[in-house]
Design a binder for this molecule. Structure first.
Ligand code: ARG
Length: 580
C-alpha cells in the first residue's frame, strides 16, 4: 500500500492542481512533503508554497492558503500555515486509526510494493586460508540485512559470496604444506581453517626469506594454473577446509549465501582483456596491460590505472572484478548490483564501475551499481580491533563470546529457567547483540566492539528491543487474549496522545524501508525500531490495557506493534524471543 506520506502527497497535490495548475508545469504541481521535525507542529508538512512563490510571483502564505482551501478537512485535526509559508498537517485520530488498522491487511506492513527487480548483493567474501578478519563479519552482517530487506520487498535477490579462492598465494601455501603437512594435502589427515591460517602465515614468512622456497612456490603457481592434477587436488582441498570454516560462521549467524568465488571467473579473464583491447582501452605500461580512466589518481597525484594483466601474463584482482561485473550484467541480468566491503576498497570499485561504463557494458540508466562501504572495527582502546590473544583467536570464538556473555546475563535474570531454555535464549540474544551493534552505527563510520555495550538493557541495543517484544507478549498473556478472535472483530481506535504517537510511528515503517533501500543504511531501520520501542514503552506507561473499555483496541495496537517489531528485527537478521 502507499506510505502515509504518499497518501498525503496525493491529496495535497490534487489541491495544488485544482488551485494553481494553470500557471505551473507538471513537476511543480507535485507536493513537496516531509515529516514534521517536531511533533508539536504536526505530523507532516508541505513545503511547496515557498518553492512555488517565485514561479507564481505570489507570497508563499497566499499560495499556502489557496492549497489549504482545497484540502479535505475531514481527515485533519489541525491545519496550520506556519512561518514563511509551510503547511503543517495534523491528522485526525479517526483517519490515523484507519491508516494504522490497514497495516494488518498488508503483507508488506505498510510499505509500497516496488517493481520487482533482480538485486545482486555481494557480501562476506573472505579469503581462503588467509586471515579471516572482523571486517568480514561486518560485511556479512550488513550484506545479509540488505539482502533480507530486498527479499521482504519482493525482489529477486542473489546473495553472492565472492571468496578469494584464487591467486599466487596458493603456490606458496601448497609448497609449504607439501613439506610441513603432506598427510593433510593428500587428504589423509583432516584439519581446519585455523590451522590453514597458521600455515599461511608461516608460508608467507618463508616466501619472503628463502629464495629456493620462493622459486618452488612460483613453479607451483604455474602448475596450478595449468591444471596439473596434484596441484589442483591440493587447491581444492584447501578451499574445502576453508569453506567448512566459513560455513560454521554462517550457520551460527543464520546466513544464507551462494559461493561464487574469484576462481569462478577464470575462464572469462582472457576474453575480458581481449574485449578491452579491441575497444582500444588498454595501454601497456612496463609490460603490464593497464586501463587508465579519467579522474583517478594515486596519492602522489599520478594517474592510477586498473591493471588487467601483469607482465608475466597473469591476471589479478582487477581483472576478476571486471569479469564479475560483466557476468552480473549480461548473465545474471541484475537490475541492481551491490558490493559490501570495507571503505578501503571504495576507490577500487569506483574504478571498476567507471571501466565497465567506458567499455559500454554498464549503462547506469539500466543497472544501478553501489559500493556499500563500512568503517573499521575498533577495540575498547580505540585501535583497530585485535582479538584477545593477538591475531590467533578464532573469529568464531569472538561470536561465541557474545553468546557466553548473554548466558551469564540470562542466568542472573531467569534463575528458574531450564538450562536448554537459557542456552537457546543466550544464542538469540548474543548473536542478535553482535548483529545489532554493528547495524545500528552508521556503517561508513568506525565501530567499537564491546560486549558490555552491545548487551546493555537500556539504550539502542538488541536487548532493549527484544525486551519490548517480550513485554507485548506479556500483555497478551496477562489479558488471556485470543488475538485472532480480537483481530476478527475489533479495530484500533487511537485516542491518547501516546497511542497516536505510536500509531503514527507504526505507519511510517514503509517510509523507513524505502529510505533504507535507497541509501543502503541499516541504521535507518535500527533508529526507527529504537524509537518504536520507546514509543511503545510510553504507551505502556500511559495507557492501561487490561480491564479498560479500550482493551480490545489497545490489544490490536499491541499486535501491530509486535508484527512490525518482529519484521523489522527479521530484516536486520535478528530472531525474537517470547520471554527474557
Ligand atoms: N576477498 C576480498 C577481501 O577480503 C573482498 C572481495 C570483495 N569483492 C570484490 N568483488 N572484489 O578483501
Amino acid at each position: 500500500m502507499d506510505t502515509l506520506i504518499e497518501v498525503l502527497k496525493k491529496r495535497v497535490t490534487a489541491s495544488i492542481e485544482k488551485a494553481l495548475a494553470g500557471s505551473l508545469v507538471a513537476e511543480e504541481i507535485s507536493a513537496d512533503m516531509a515529516p514534521c521535525l517536531q511533533e508539536e507542529f504536526g505530523h507532516y508538512q508541505c513545503n511547496s508554497p515557498l518553492r512555488l512563490s517565485k514561479t507564481l510571483h505570489m507570497p508563499p502564505r497566499v499560495i499556502a492558503q489557496k492549497i489549504v482551501d482545497g484540502l479535505d478537512r475531514s481527515i485533519y485535526e489541525k491545519i496550520d500555515i506556519a512561518g514563511p509559508g509551510f503547511i503543517n498537517l495534523t491528522l485526525s485520530p479517526a483517519f490515523l486509526s484507519e491508516q494504522v488498522q490497514a497495516i494488518l491487511a498488508d503483507p508488506l506492513l505498510g510499505a509500497v510494493k516496488p517493481k520487482r527487480q533482480r538485486v545482486l548483493v555481494e557480501f562476506s567474501s573472505p579469503n581462503v586460508a588467509k586471515e579471516l578478519h572482523v571486517g568480514h563479519i561486518r560485511s556479512t552482517i550488513i550484506g545479509d540485512s540488505l539482502a533480507r530487506l530486498f527479499e521482504f520487498l519482493g525482489h529477486d535477490v542473489l546473495r553472492i559470496n565472492h571468496i578469494g579462492d584464487w591467486g599466487t598465494q596458493f603456490g606458496m601455501l601448497i609448497t609449504y604444506m607439501k613439506r610441513a603437512a603432506p598427510d593433510v594435502l593428500s587428504g589423509k589427515t583432516p584439519t581446519d581453517l585455523h590451522a590453514l591460517m597458521d600455515w599461511y602465515r608461516a608460508a608467507k614468512k618463508q616466501f619472503d626469506a628463502d629464495t629456493e622456497f620462493k622459486k618452488e612456490s612460483q613453479l607451483e603457481v604455474v602448475r596450478l594454473q595449468s591444471g596439473e592434477p596434484t596441484a589442483l587436488f591440493a587447491w581444492k582441498l584447501i578451499c574445502d577446509i576453508s569453506r567448512k570454516g566459513f560455513q560454521e560462521i554462517y550457520d551460527l549467524l543464520n546466513i544464507k549465501i551462494t559461493e561464487r568465488g574469484e576462481s569462478f571467473y577464470n575462464p572469462e579473464l582472457p576474453k575480458i582483456v581481449q574485449a578491452l583491447e579491441q575497444k582500444g582501452l588498454i595501454t601497456v605500461s612496463d609490460g603490464a596491460k593497464c586501463l587508465y580512466l579519467e579522474g583517478f589518481k594515486n596519492r602522489e597525484g599520478e594517474p592510477l590505472p586498473l591493471m588487467v594483466q601483469k607482465s608475466d601474463g597473469g591476471y589479478n584482482y582487477d581483472t576478476t572484478d571486471l569479469a564479475a561485473i560483466y557476468h552480473r550484467i549480461y548473465q545474471d541480468r541484475a537490475d541492481r548490483i551491490i558490493y559490501v566491503t570495507d571503505n578501503g576498497q571504495a576507490l577500487h570499485f569506483q574504478m571498476v564501475f567507471a571501466a565497465a561504463e567506458k567499455a559500454g557494458w554498464l549503462d547506469p540508466k539500466k543497472t544501478q551499481v553501489d559500493h556499500v562501504g563500512f568503517g573499521l572495527v575498533l577495540g575498547a582502546d580505540g585501535k583497530k580491533f585485535k582479538t584477545r590473544s593477538g591475531d590467533t583467536e578464532k573469529l568464531i570464538d569472538l561470536i561465541l563470546g557474545a553468546v557466553e556473555q548473554a548466558r551469564i546475563l540470562l542466568q542472573e535474570r531467569l534463575p528458574e529457567a531450564a538450562p536448554q531454555e537459557v542456552e537457546r535464549l543466550a544464542h538469540v540474544l548474543g548473536i542478535g547483540a553482535i548483529k545489532y551493534a554493528d547495524l545500528s552505527c552508521h556503517r561508513t563510520k568506525d565501530y567499537t566492539f564491546s560486549y558490555d555495550r552491545m548487551l546493555k538493557f537500556e539504550g539502542n541495543t538488541a536487548v532493549f528491543l527484544l525486551y519490548a517484544y517480550v513485554r507485548i507478549n506479556g500483555i497478551k498473556r496477562k489479558t488471556h487474549a485470543d488475538i485472532e478472535e480480537i483481530l476478527a472483530h475489533h479495530k484500533v481506535a487511537l485516542k491518547h496522545s501516546s497511542e497516536i504517537a505510536l500509531g503514527l510511528h507504526l505507519r511510517r515503517f514503509g517510509e523507513v524501508l524505502e529510505l533504507m533501500a535507497r541509501d543502503l543504511l541499516p541504521n535507518r531501520l535500527t533508529d526507527y525500531l529504537y524509537a518504536l520501542a520507546e514509543k511503545f514503552n510510553a504507551f505502556f506507561r500511559d495507557c492501561r490495557v487490561e480491564g479498560v473499555p479500550e482493551e480490545k483496541s489497545r490489544l490490536v495496537l499491541c499486535e501491530i506493534t509486535a508484527r512490525i517489531l518482529k519484521k523489522g528485527l527479521d530484516i536486520l537478521g535478528l530472531q525474537t524471543v517470547e520471554r527474557m
